[in-house]
Design a protein around this ligand. Structure first.
Ligand code: F1P
Length: 392
């Protein structure tokens, strides 16, 4: 029995965007126009996500099917894979939910090991497009293991993913016209934060998310231009993103944004791991962005200073500005939110989205349609494509 949560019939932002698609060639968008508009629309999209989930009773329904006690497996690709890793870290830390995350390709090449080691009884397949071949193949594989209940999460109401999952949660209002994921990433993140609270019965923690859309709007109004101007001002040879805990996976997503939007080389590390070798690249041609976490803030501030001494450019994203951070940041972006760190993760994802788009446009590229990329990675037909383990 397939159950779906999908947008109401009223004209959603996706419908409005579709009507935009018919825009005359004369009004073709400027480079990065869609990406910027979608990035700046995130607070409104987050509010719409909460409204739609409430209206459709989606979390209540899924909360009756899925459990915080039985092991989960999350399967995705690209930005959706990094999203799944952020979710698994938050679910483990705040809700003690056991969750393994793998790229879809890994499940296809080592299905028995992954299913045995994870003990998965519940699986989530995340795909904004709902068309990524590796994810669909993973869905087919999980279908053949009848004892695993599956949830598909997508922003495409008509994607192939839905046919392969027992349940599907759709967020079409969060989809992008840009090829690059921005608001779909954070809207799905917010949904998973609420889903984790729901299945673990910790609805009190979900309530700290309630005011994030309006606080994020205020924060964007005061910081978006600063970040964009910083990205447009100077090109760097290397972009590094550092974070601890779940921030490490936001750092991975940040690096992917820079690479996709500006065809630049970007790397991500656990902050303290950077000393163990990668530090050798620090120079005036390197921009190092720190996603400061509550637990590691004091130590991370020392590293910001250390790398400033090595003449690296430093961009610091922290909840509160401190004199120490002020002294060694070329740009210090503070969220200044009273909410606990749990509520701040979606906002922390935004600076790299703005930075990547600004760098891409400065380089004369179009972040809306990055070179060499497609909106979804759709591979050949079954018999021709190599995604099969040689011994199966
Ligand atoms: C996954 C993905 C995107 C990436 C590009 C290609 O898409 O890897 O993360 O930015 O668009 O596809 P999906 O499975 O989430 O649709």
């Amino acid at each position: 029995m397939k159950k779906t949560g999908h947008a109401s019939s009223k004209k959603t932002s996706s419908d409005k965007q579709r009507s935009q698609k018919q825009r005359s060639p004369a009004s073709s968008p400027r480079h990065g126009e869609y990406t910027l508009a979608e990035t700046l629309s995130q607070p409104a999209i987050w509010a719409e996500t909460v409204k739609q989930l409430e209206r459709q009773g989606t979390l209540k329904r899924l909360g009756a099917v899925f459990s915080s006690r039985r092991p989960w497996l999350m399967v995705a690709c690209g930005s959706s894979y990094y999203l799944a890793q952020v979710v698994a870290e938050l679910w483990a830390k705040y809700f003690h939910i056991p969750c393994t995350v793998v790229p879809a390709s890994e499940l296809l090449f080592a299905p028995e090991e992954i299913l045995r080691n994870s003990g998965a009884e519940q699986a989530v397949l995340i795909s904004r497009s709902g068309e990524t071949t590796e994810v669909l193949r993973a869905g087919e594989l999980l279908q053949s293991h009848g004892n695993i209940v599956t949830l598909g999460v997508t922003c495409n109401t008509g994607g192939a993913l839905e046919k392969l999952c027992n349940h599907t949660l759709k967020l079409p209002w969060a989809d992008e016209k840009s090829m690059v994921m921005t608001r779909s990433f954070t809207a799905m993140l917010l949904m998973f934060q609420r889903l984790g609270a729901r299945v673990s019965g910790n609805t009190q923690l979900a309530s700290v998310l309630d005011h994030i859309p309006e606080k994020a709007q205020q924060w964007l109004d005061g910081n978006a231009d600063k970040i964009r101007a910083f990205g447009a001002k100077r090109k760097f040879a290397d972009y590094v993103f550092l974070g601890q805990g779940a921030h490490y996976w936001l750092a991975q997503e940040a690096a992917l944004k820079i690479t996709e939007m500006s065809s630049s080389y970007a790397q991500a590390y656990y902050t303290l791991e950077f000393r163990h070798g990668p530090r050798s690249i620090a120079s005036r041609d390197t921009l190092i962005t720190f996603l400061i976490s509550d637990a590691a803030a004091a130590e991370e501030a020392l590293i910001v200073n250390e790398l400033k001494q090595l003449r690296a450019a430093t961009l610091v994203v922290a909840n509160r500005a401190t004199p120490a951070l002020q002294r060694c940041s070329d740009l210090l972006i503070s969220l200044d939110m009273d909410e606990p760190e749990f509520a701040r993760f979606p906002v922390t994802a935004i600076p790299a989205q703005l930075l990547g788009a600004a760098i891409g446009v400065r380089k004369g590229l179009n972040p809306d349609a990055p070179k060499n990329l497609t909106r979804a990675v759709v591979l050949g037909s079954n018999e021709s494509d190599p995604i099969r383990r040689s011994d199966t």
